[in-house]
Design a protein around this ligand. Sequence first.
Ligand code: PMH
Length: 384
Amino acid sequence: MDEFHRDTWVEIDLDAIYDNVANLRRFLPEGTQIMAVVKANAYGHGDAQVAATALEAGASRLAVAFLDEALALRKKGIDAPILVLGASRPEDVALAAEHRIALTVFRSDWLEEASSLYNGSTPIHFHLKMDTGMGRLGVKDEEETKRIAALIDRHPPFVLEGVYTHFATADDVNTEYFSYQYARFLHMLDWLPSRPPLVHCANSAAALRFSDRAFNMVRFGISMYGLAPSPDIKPLLPYELKEAFSLHSRLVHVKKLQPGEKVSYGATYTAQTEEWIGTIPIGYADGWLRRLQHFHVLVGGQRAPIVGRICMDQCMIRLPGPLPVGTKVTLIGRQGDEVISIDDVARHLGTINYEVPCTISYRVPRIFFRNKRIMGVRNAVGRG
Ligand SMILES: Cc1ncc(COP(=O)(O)O)c(CNc2conc2O)c1O
């Protein structure tokens, strides 16, 4: 287990990850596989630890954004099938094949170049991405689709393992555009001479709302971490999700200010009365962004406002009274009856919940809990 020497840390409840996946397993139609989306360091939750837990709970495959993320999982001993959802380089097909990593394909010129560069005999699995209206990656016309299918067919090591699309509005209460994309996908699938073994379209929102239209695999991301894909559809979800991520620190300095005394850069905060001010060792370089000024944290089971500008490595809070240095501060999570959720932070920042855990940087160590006990600590500082 890594050590760390600053009293700020993330706690990842792997029991919550397990339960969120196991509940989906029970909820989905029999035979629908779960692909756990662990890109961006598992949305900031720890890629290998989340991957292993999700696989234990019933996921059979993993998805990442880029080849480097898949290679990192292999280095950490994750052996399950991995799909790279984003674009890769044609010259990296050999590397992907060597590590049994599937790649997304959506351009015939890319595949032409890959076939000219790859002389190996080790199979490389491809998932064909179809753009049904997300407008990001994917084939859009029949000719290109047929060209790609024919190229794969002509090149023995190339295997078409899957075909998929991605929804732009599955987390929207209004299902009109979702229905359009779903119908478009059905139509585009007929452009293929035959359907490959894996056909998938659902993200968390679609898996939880339209599991009857998920084909034979879902790509489960945000709700594996216990977060609703959007506030609007939270009431529509079929079962309770358990948030896995919490963020904590400790008071490293406590002082009493007299009226008129100032706090932090720009001296923008002025004490109005005698005030107790605490300093905590977390700042915007940790992803605790400057826009969180005027938000609050929990200390002593009570809300404490963040006062003055958030610095790179520290910020200040107004305490309910004199508290000892070392008192635990919760920035995301629960203290007694008080809770600060990721959704609360996202709302204050004017963003979506996805962004919050992803933004808590590598500099904040992650402590992993399984069966309520610490099973690992990862401190990425100094790992280059
Ligand atoms: C292709 C693809 N499939 C599945 C998922 C999982 O979606 P979920 O987390 O809603 O379950 C994502 C998430 N991609 C992104 C989530 O936020 N921005 C993204 O690009 C994705 O890009």
